[in-house]
Design a protein around this ligand. Structure first.
Ligand code: NAP
Length: 300
């Protein structure tokens, strides 16, 4: 089958080539992949993988061989899938039965491919932060994949959402999705903040810490800045900083996000979409901070 392969000799580090057919293990289904979405993490983490590795957490498609588990969707079902072990950027993938969600007919299968990592991360990071009604929630890197979902879900949860982006242009559209304030960087953000979802790290994370109020919490999701944070003092008042990780078993949360999409309460912001033959172009756009929301690649 064809797949996106790590190739240290290729420009950008990836190439579409031939890979062995995947063999389903116990409790796994075989899926014919139709669409995939890119994440900052799989794109950049793949550089540490050997040549020939098939990356990709997120893809959607149609079940070819169901998992031998009661309740598994039958052959022909449209599904969204994810695996922490990756392998999603290929014509076929194997996937654990608890990493599959059925995609209703009224939802675009390509847009569904955007939900697993970015959507479930935003959902779980907000849940970890407690009740959101009336809370002041700051989301950094709000222009990205996780950020667009986080803005919408925090607003749905009743929060006053402050979306931090890199430039005014990068913040366009976030108010329509539920942000009460859109700010460039963190200058001018008023204290106290109750919850921070931090996708950027580095000096901005330290600045966010200084904005936290009594009992506030920061979920450290990512470090797109690739910089370390230096904290002046961790004493003085009760507040928390937590290392976040999305973790496995995403079926139920993906199904919940699909339900919100079906009800018109959650949108996938598609910043780039095209054939997977243009993979390098999409990857360059995402790493160059030119994708608002998510990049979708269609397998043709
Ligand atoms: N812990 C977990 O389980 C988990 C799960 C999902 C994602 N993540 C991590 O979370 C982060 C966000 O993921 P994503 O998929 O949303 O990424 P993304 O779509 O690329 O968005 C990240 C945003 O960060 C900002 N950014 C990028 N480079 C930056 C830089 N050098 N300095 C400051 N800001 C920068 C950009 O906003 P502007 O252009 O507006 O500045 C961009 O929109 C990544 O680090 C990812 O690895 C972690």
């Amino acid at each position: 089958m064809r797949a996106v392969l790590v190739d240290s000799n290729a420009a950008g580090g990836f190439q579409i080539g031939e890979s062995p057919e995947p063999e389903p293990g116990p409790n796994q289904a075989l899926v014919e992949v139709r669409h995939l979405s890119l994440n900052f993490g799989d794109l950049n983490g793949a550089r540490a993988r050997p040549d020939g590795f098939v990356p990709g957490w997120d893809s959607s498609g149609v079940i070819v061989q169901p998992a031998a588990v009661e309740g598994s969707p039958p052959a022909g079902t449209r599904v969204v899938t994810t695996m922490l072990s990756q392998g999603g950027w290929a014509e076929r993938r194997t996937v654990d039965f608890d990493e599959i969600a059925v995609v209703p007919d009224n939802i675009d299968l390509g847009e569904a491919a955007c939900l697993p990592v970015a959507g479930v991360t935003a959902l779980r990071a907000l849940r970890r932060s407690g009740a959101l009604l009336g809370k002041r929630v700051l989301i950094t890197g709000a222009s990205g994949g996780v950020g667009h979902f986080a803005v919408q879900l925090a607003a749905l949860g009743g929060a006053h959402v402050i979306a931090s982006v890199g430039s005014e242009a990068r913040g366009e559209g976030l108010r329509e999705l539920g942000a009460a304030e859109v700010v460039v960087g963190l200058d001018g953000v008023e204290r106290p903040i109750d919850v921070v979802l931090d996708n950027v790290g580095g000096p901005q994370l330290a600045a966010a810490w200084r904005l936290l109020g009594e009992g506030g919490v920061i979920q450290c999701i990512g470090t797109t800045s690739r910089q370390d944070a230096a904290f002046p003092s961790l004493v003085g008042m009760y507040r928390r900083i937590e290392a976040f990780t999305k973790g496995p078993s995403s079926s139920a949360d993906m199904a919940y996000l699909l339900r919100l999409m079906g009800e018109g309460k959650l949108r996938v912001e598609v910043g780039w979409r095209g054939s997977w033959s243009r993979f390098a172009e999409a990857a360059e756009a995402l790493n160059g901070r030119r994708v608002k929301g998510k990049a979708i690649l269609d397998i043709d």
